[in-house]
Design a protein around this ligand. Sequence first.
Ligand SMILES: Cc1cc2nc3c(=O)[nH]c(=O)nc-3n(C[C@H](O)[C@H](O)[C@H](O)COP(=O)(O)OP(=O)(O)OC[C@H]3O[C@@H](n4cnc5c(N)ncnc54)[C@H](O)[C@@H]3O)c2cc1C
Length: 426
Amino acid sequence: MPDSREHTASYYAATRTPDTEYPQLTGELHCDVAIVGAGFTGVSAALHLVERGYAVALIEANRIGWGASGRNGGQLIGGFVNVDKIGKRFGVAAADMARQMGIESRDILVQRVRKYSIDCDLKFGFLDVALRDRDMRDFEDYLADKQQANYAHEMRIVSQSELPGYLGTDYYIGGLADFGNGHLHPLNLCIGEARAAHELGAKVFEQTRVTRIQHGKNPVVITESGRVQASKVVLAGNAYLGNTEPRIRNRIIPAGSYIIATEPLSDSLARELLPADMAYCEQTVGLNYFRLSPDKRMLFGGMCNYSGRDPKSITASLRPKMLKIFPQLKDTRIDYEWGGRIAISVNRIPQFGRIEGNTYYAQGYSGHGVAPTHLAGKMLADAVAGDSEQFDMFSKVRHWWLPGGKWFANPALALGMMYYRLKERL
Ligand SMILES: Cc1cc2nc3c(=O)[nH]c(=O)nc-3n(C[C@H](O)[C@H](O)[C@H](O)COP(=O)(O)OP(=O)(O)OC[C@H]3O[C@@H](n4cnc5c(N)ncnc54)[C@H](O)[C@@H]3O)c2cc1C
């Protein structure tokens, strides 16, 4: 994937509105908080901070939403972490808090869309689909847990005989429908939230890479063409942060994830394949997920590549997977293919922490970040403002440190993922 400073050639980039053209940072700037990276994490943090009156500089190396935030499947999934894991490590109260945070992450996003009138094609309705009896048992347990926690949205088990109302394929054996989750145009959401932050006073810069941070009582964020002196710094570069802060780089593995978009389908074919127009997602590690765009293209994502090397042809890799589920698409043209980097943390729990007291970071959403990044932005803003209950709980979670930098980390992860895939097949 060539690293251009403009958007990758995705369906989202082709339909982005409006286009952004914030200035490059030149010279010297003073502010309260400098934020590095304008994906959902950075933009969400910026918006939360300007709403509270902080002077913020949001600094993006490329374009707003250029990274995973502007390239993802657009599947809106509430939930923050595996609540069981948090419960085992920190007890029942912490598990309850994590459960609430899952709901909060989705609610923040939906409130943002409504409050700032962001046109991002938000639609409700999400179907987790089952390939195995085990998936259905997991769905039943999950539903019972949600009902016990008084989940505010309708959820229901979808049996195999009910599936035709949701999906035009016999590939799956059932599902779990959640009408609180859904799907959206992620790049337009990110652009809309950045616009809201800008209108509230955030200074926004594009095509301005941060090369280094000079830590100290008043840290200085050094860019290619200028400097920002701030009281606090937020690092929101996730899988793209690279060497900007080497101390957090080896805690995550940047993995590749890919999507194809077909030509627009006829109304009748779109209705036949996805009659409920929901977002759909499998349960396996290298999961397939799909949905319709407003102009009725099938957006199909699936592969996750842990080797650090992109496939020669994304379409050649993904199209056969799509045709296995929807053979009806065998004569349908593929108009777009693209990929992006997700940051995987080995235990799949997002990572929060502080460096040198006044630099905060959040990263490692492990492929599930559209909603969680919105809560992460709030947690970062809370921590900057001195209220760090949620932030501190997560910063205490022990994360593996992967020795040997990127050369070692990706083969190690590839092996780990092979193990999990094998376990799923057995
Ligand atoms: C193909 C794909 C499909 C996905 N599908 C889904 C999905 O359907 N649902 C879901 O919940 N999640 C999904 N995800 C994951 C989700 O998109 C991410 O978890 C989330 O967008 C992470 O947001 P972020 O802001 O932390 O990082 P990013 O969006 O990657 O943003 C980081 C930004 O920081 C900038 N940056 C980095 N270093 C610097 C620097 N030194 N100076 C200035 N700027 C810098 C980058 O240019 C980039 O714009 C998917 C991801 C991919 C790649």
